[in-house]
Each structure stands twice: as structure tokens, then as C-alpha cells.
Ligand binder design. Structure first.
Ligand SMILES: [Zn+2]
Ligand SMILES: [Zn+2]
Length: 501
């Protein structure tokens, strides 16, 4: 104690000295210093990093002379750059508190600045543009992409068509209604009687009915960017939430909101990728062995095309594949997890490439609990952490693919009396990425895999499922997946019987 006491005094003296020092450093306030409430100006729309501008300090203002007056202005180009527009070409829409707006091209931002005064709030001072673009009391700056970007917007699709992409910036080109949305009623009882208040929030909502095509809508499934997956009804709304710069689905009868929508599929197929878990368990429990042939990156449209064009003679001779719905995000981790858990990404915890751990048991753990012997034959990387360790296969002969090695391991496994065997082939996905979904090189690889499938199916005693985790779509360069579009989300689901046919 004796030692601590002088130290405390010393510390207090030091703090006092420092406070005095900083006091003398206090900067003289600028003429336009703002105190109290400073409204924010939102920079939102088709950007990766929407933000609220609520201080002059975040950016480096420049000294400007406008009509003989000096002021500090933040270059508009700096603000827009900071928000990271999703496309190189875009337009800007400046909206003032009174609704007055100005729209101009995003590639002509030299001379455009934002300043703040108590009188006019955030104000655009555009030295080169017509003076009508100088919006006072600016509330928001909307970045509107020149082209829709499906990766970024909310996509409306059917199992065979990509219909449209709604973007939080581009949507400002169309009429928008802000509707009072009833949030609830509360009542208090006072001596004088009861006092009630109904609370509403003002929300920008688009009736889903207005966005749907003129086809008979039987079912709708909405998927969120974090793996939410739910049947929704057409009486609902899409809400544009400006603070979150995202679209939410809001149900017509108040329960079931889906945050940050990736898309909605109209009349989805009856089958889902999650059926695999339940179908597998059903057959195992009925004493049948199950072989799962997981052909990575093999979309339903590729299956149809390969079958038609003669690149998959063996699979063509099997019972026809049913189209099945995969999950968002249509990438390997999420598709694989949905397949082996029977649960949606939100439930099993794997909704993108970033997650590896399952929150629920997989078919391997459940099979083992039921006394079954299970194996997983993989490529060179372990994709998910499951109850069993995968048998990994590296590219021994250095031909650029691991499927030949995977096939050899699978043939060995056929001799080992597994009740459940899952073989994960990768080459259709590899060739799809480097060539395109329907490119001849990809189709030729489908043919190679078709031969592997033939050998394994004919030598298997039991049930066989052939399916994929996601599909593949054509890009300008080659092929890719991970987007809410039918080519990525609809996969083939084949149920067959093993053995010589
Ligand atoms: Zn994959
Ligand atoms: Zn891939």
C-alpha cells in the first residue's frame, strides 16, 4: 500500500499535466463550425460500402471559391469512390429534403463538391454543371449502376429463366411508394381513462404482385444472403431498406421477414437438394446400401444438354433426372452441407465458401449412429468438417484433375462393404470454370465422368443417387457459379438402382 500511494499521486499529476497540454493545443474553431445535430447525407444505391456522411472531417475538404465566397468542399468523386460503386459506369441522383433532385453522369464529377452550412445543411456545389444541380439540404446521393448486376441485386427467376434483377440504386428510376406500415398499438391507463397510440413506420415497399410475370404463380421460395430459405406468398412486399442498402421481404400478414434477399424463385421444382439426406436415411433404414455420386458444378441444363448431345450415354439410360433446387449461395460448401444435413444453410450454418463447420448432424454421423459403415471420397481438399474424415486424393499423375484418382479410390472402396459411400467428383466444375457451362471441353469431361459413373453404378449393390451441389453459368470469360440464377440453382437429381442392368 505504501508503495502504491505515491504512484497514484504521480499518475494524477501526469493526467493533469496532459490535460493542460491538450487544452493549449485546442484548435480555433472554423467559421462554419457546426454544433448540435448534424443531419447525415446517405451515400447509397448500387455500391458495396454504403455510408452516412455526418462530418466534414472524414474526407479531406478543399478550399473553393464560389461566386466570390470561400468555402470548404469535399470532392464528390472522393465520396462516391469511398462507397465503391458496383459498376464502372453509373449515374448519380442527388435528393434534397424537399424532394428536389438532380441526376447526372458519374464520369463527369470534376468540379462537384459537398459542403455543410447551418443554413443549407449538406449542399452540392457543382462548379461545372448547370446551377439546378446544386441541391440544398441534401438527404441522399444514390449511385445508379448503368447495368443490372445479378451478383449484387435481388433476382427473380423461374427454373428455366432469369427474369429480372432489382438493384437498390437502379430502382430509383421507377416509381416508389412510401407506405405507412402498421407496427402495433399500445395503451396506457391513466386516472382520466385509457390512452392509445398506433405506431407506424414509413417504409418504401414494392408489392410483390407488381414484380411477378404474368404466369400462374403456384409457389414462391425466397432466399436470403445468409442462407434463409422460405416459402413466401405473393401478397407480400419487397422493402427497400435505405439504412441497410438492401431489399427485405416483408410478408403480407406480418410474420416471416427475410432480410437481405438474394432472390425469389417462381414455381420452383418439387425436389430439393436437401432431399438427399432424407432419401439416403430412408434406404439405409430399409436395409439398402446407398452410393452417392456427387458431380460438382453440374447444372440441370448441362445434364439436359449433355444427354441430348450424346455426351452422357450412361446417365441418359438411367431413370431421368428430376430438376432439384439447390441453395443460396450456390457454391460447393453450401450445396454440400445442404445435401448431407437435409437442412437449409441458415439452419446448418454453411451459406458461403467461408463456413466449414456444421451446426447439425450430417448423414455420416446419423448413419454411424444407426450402425452403418460410411465413407467419403474427396479431392485434395477437405471441404466440410463432418463426423467422418474424408479420404483425400491428390493429382498423382499430374494431369490437372483429381477425378481419375478419386475414381480409383472409389473402385477400391467398392470392395470394402460400405453401407454408405459418397464420391465427390470435381472435374465438371473445373472444366466449367475454365471453359464455360456448355463448352465442348466441359461436355467431353462430362463424358469422362459418365464412364466413371457407369463403372461405379454397375458395381454397386444398392441404391444410387447422382446429383450436384450447384450448376454453372456462362460468363464473358468462361464459366462461374455462386449467383442467384437458374443455371446455378437448378441441379439434376437421379435416383437409380445399382448393379448390372
Ligand atoms: Zn461445387
Ligand atoms: Zn466451382
Amino acid at each position: 500500500m505504501l508503495k502504491k500511494f505515491p504512484f497514484r499521486i504521480f499518475a494524477l499529476l501526469l493526467i493533469g499535466a496532459l490535460m493542460g497540454y491538450f487544452w493549449t493545443l485546442k484548435i480555433v474553431p472554423p467559421a462554419q463550425e457546426v454544433s448540435g445535430y448534424m443531419p447525415a447525407c446517405l451515400i447509397i444505391g448500387d455500391v458495396h460500402q454504403a455510408f452516412a456522411l455526418d462530418s466534414m472531417e472524414t474526407f479531406t475538404p478543399v478550399e473553393l471559391n464560389y461566386k466570390g465566397e470561400y468555402f470548404q468542399g469535399i470532392p464528390l468523386a472522393d465520396l462516391v469512390q469511398h462507397a465503391e460503386p458496383v459498376t464502372a459506369e453509373f449515374e448519380l441522383l442527388l435528393i434534397g429534403q424537399d424532394g428536389l433532385s438532380a441526376q447526372f453522369n458519374g464520369d463527369k464529377l470534376e468540379g462537384c463538391h459537398l459542403t455543410f452550412t447551418v443554413k443549407n445543411g449538406w449542399e452540392a456545389i457543382n462548379l461545372n454543371h448547370p446551377v439546378s444541380s446544386n441541391i440544398k439540404r441534401l438527404e441522399k446521393i444514390i449511385v445508379m449502376a448503368q447495368e443490372p448486376v445479378p451478383e449484387y441485386g435481388v433476382n427473380l427467376i423461374t427454373p428455366t429463366q432469369n427474369l429480372r434483377t432489382l438493384m437498390p440504386g437502379r430502382i430509383y428510376r421507377q416509381a416508389m411508394t412510401t407506405i405507412p406500415y402498421f407496427e402495433g398499438t399500445s395503451t396506457v391507463t391513466q386516472a382520466e381513462g385509457e390512452y392509445s397510440v398506433s405506431v407506424y413506420s414509413r417504409r418504401t415497399m414494392f408489392p410483390l404482385q407488381d414484380l411477378l410475370p404474368e404466369i400462374t404463380v403456384e409457389k414462391l421460395i425466397a432466399m436470403g444472403r445468409e442462407g434463409e430459405y422460405a416459402y413466401i406468398d405473393a401478397e407480400g412486399f419487397l422493402e427497400l431498406n435505405e439504412k441497410e442498402n438492401a431489399f427485405h421481404y416483408v410478408s403480407g400478414h406480418r410474420e416471416g421477414e427475410i432480410k437481405n434477399l438474394a432472390g425469389i424463385i417462381i414455381n420452383p421444382p418439387a425436389r430439393s437438394i436437401t432431399d438427399l439426406f432424407h432419401d439416403t436415411l430412408y434406404y439405409l433404414d430399409h436395409g439398402e446400401n446407398v452410393l452417392i455420386l456427387y458431380l460438382d458444378g453440374f447444372g440441370y441444363h448441362q445434364y439436359l444438354h449433355a444427354k441430348e448431345a450424346g455426351y452422357a450415354p450412361f446417365m441418359a439410360a438411367l431413370p431421368a433426372a428430376e430438376p432439384a433446387l439447390a441453395v443460396y449461395q450456390p457454391v460447393t460448401n453450401a450445396g454440400f452441407a445442404a445435401m448431407i444435413t437435409g437442412k437449409t444453410p441458415a439452419e446448418n450454418g454453411v451459406y458461403s465458401r467461408a463456413q466449414k463447420d456444421l451446426k447439425v448432424p450430417s448423414i455420416f454421423g446419423v448413419a454411424q449412429e444407426h450402425g452403418k459403415k460410411a465413407a467419403l471420397i474427396e479431392g485434395h481438399i477437405k471441404i466440410l468438417n463432418t463426423e467422418i474424415e474424408p479420404a483425400l486424393n491428390i493429382d498423382l499423375n499430374k494431369d490437372g484433375l483429381t477425378d481419375d484418382e478419386i475414381f480409383a479410390s472409389a473402385k477400391t472402396a467398392l470392395e470394402q462393404d460400405y453401407d454408405l459411400l459418397l464420391v465427390h467428383f470435381h472435374s465438371i466444375d473445373d472444366l466449367g470454370h475454365s471453359n464455360g457451362d456448355l463448352h465442348e471441353n466441359t461436355l467431353k469431361q462430362i463424358q469422362v465422368v459418365d464412364e466413371y459413373v457407369q463403372e461405379l453404378v454397375t458395381n454397386w449393390n444398392g441404391k444410387v443417387f447422382i446429383l450436384s451441389d450447384h450448376g454453372m453459368h456462362a460468363t464473358e470469360e468462361a464459366g462461374n457459379h455462386g449467383v442467384f440464377r437458374y443455371e446455378d440453382l437448378i441441379i439434376p437429381y437421379i435416383v437409380a438402382q445399382g448393379g448390372q442392368s
